[in-house]
Design a protein around this ligand. Structure first.
Ligand code: PBG
Length: 330
């Protein structure tokens, strides 16, 4: 052991090649997942105000999107749907002619090697904006009545060709219910990315504008995790592993890096972290004001998530980050 006064950690920081040689964590476009908001209708391209660079786009515009992603070196998309109409049970979620099943088929037609993940939740499809069925007498989102509806949506996306379905409703038993339904429908090959540890976060604000999914009454604290609860988040991950999850997620990413690390150490499944809409919007807003160097701040936020233990990152920066990563680095 060298004595503290002979320790010179700066030796390995002197030059860019030395820094590259000893860099511990990598970040590459293939580790990034690009979210897409698919709108009903045609020739729709509605920019999302609080998420600069993102828009609600209709299926006819996805061919160009698929080409751009392939050029950027991105291999994976996560799809959310914005349906024409909503109802109490969110039946648009399993409509085979809805925006998500059509988008899955279109992406697969245009770019067969693209991995397509479909988010499975009811909040974009319910008229009350909650992630499950509401018992209006009790004013509560009811768990077991919601499970078959989530399972139906997952099967519809698998039928359309999704590689992975990602249940995000935070209903107890959703992974088991979806696994059973997929297997029963002959989709034993379709994987489940469990939004295992999903917190009731203020950082979802811009997404709810993007997806038109803000709850009409109340909030999501009766089903999403309390931001104060780390042990409970680990329990959720354990349960989803036991129910048959193929990949795990922690969401949001930045304020929950302790859990990214703990889930990484505890489970061997691939781990995904979701840098959510509010994390993106904060960086964009500060950059627009000239308060941050956007490229450096965004890449730093992503390498930090990787260093904490995430294999993959869902991020609204995917396209820009892929471009930045191809430029000569520092
Ligand atoms: C659906 C869902 C949400 C997000 C992903 N899936 C919204 C929510 O739970 O309110 C948020 C993603 C983001 O903020 O980028 N339940």
């Amino acid at each position: 052991m060298s004595s503290p006064d002979s320790a010179r950690p700066r030796r390995l920081r002197r030059t860019a090649p030395l820094r590259a040689l000893v860099r511990e964590t990598s970040l590459s476009p293939g580790q990034l997942i690009h979210p897409v908001f698919v709108a009903a209708g045609s020739r729709v391209n509605r920019p999302i105000g609080s998420m600069p660079g993102h828009a609600q786009i209709s299926v006819d515009a996805l061919a160009a999107e698929a080409d751009a992603l392939a050029r950027a070196g991105l291999g994976t998309v996560l799809l959310f749907g914005i349906p024409e109409a909503k109802d109490a049970s969110g039946s648009g979620a399993w409509d085979a002619a809805g925006p998500v099943p059509r988008a899955i088929a279109e992406f697969k037609r245009r770019e067969p090697t693209l991995t397509v993940i479909a988010d499975v939740c009811l909040c974009e499809y319910t008229d009350h904006g909650h992630c499950g069925v509401v018992d209006s007498r009790r004013g509560e989102v009811v768990n077991d009545e919601t499970l078959p509806l989530l399972a139906r949506a997952a099967v519809a996306y698998a039928d359309a060709g999704a590689d992975i379905v990602a249940p995000s409703a935070m209903m107890d038993g959703q992974v088991r219910a979806i696994r059973a339904a997929l297997d029963g429908a002959g989709h034993s090959e379709v994987a489940i990315l469990a939004y295992a540890s999903k917190f009731a976060s203020a950082f979802y604000g811009p997404f709810r504008e993007a997806a038109g999914s803000a709850p009409a009454f109340g909030d999501r604290r009766a089903y999403q995790l309390d931001p104060a609860n780390g042990r409970e988040a680990l329990r959720e991950a354990d349960l989803d592993v036991a129910e048959g999850a193929d990949l795990l997620m922690v969401k949001p990413a930045g304020p929950y890096l302790d859990l990214v690390r703990e889930v990484r150490n505890r489970h061997s499944l691939p781990l995904v972290a979701y840098q959510v809409s509010g994390e993106y919007a904060m960086l964009k807003a500060a950059a627009e004001r000239g308060w941050l160097d956007e490229r450096r701040a965004a890449l730093e936020s992503l390498i930090g998530i990787r260093r904490a233990g995430a294999d993959l990152i869902i991020t609204y920066y995917a396209r820009e980050a892929a471009r930045w990563l191809r430029e000569p680095g520092d």
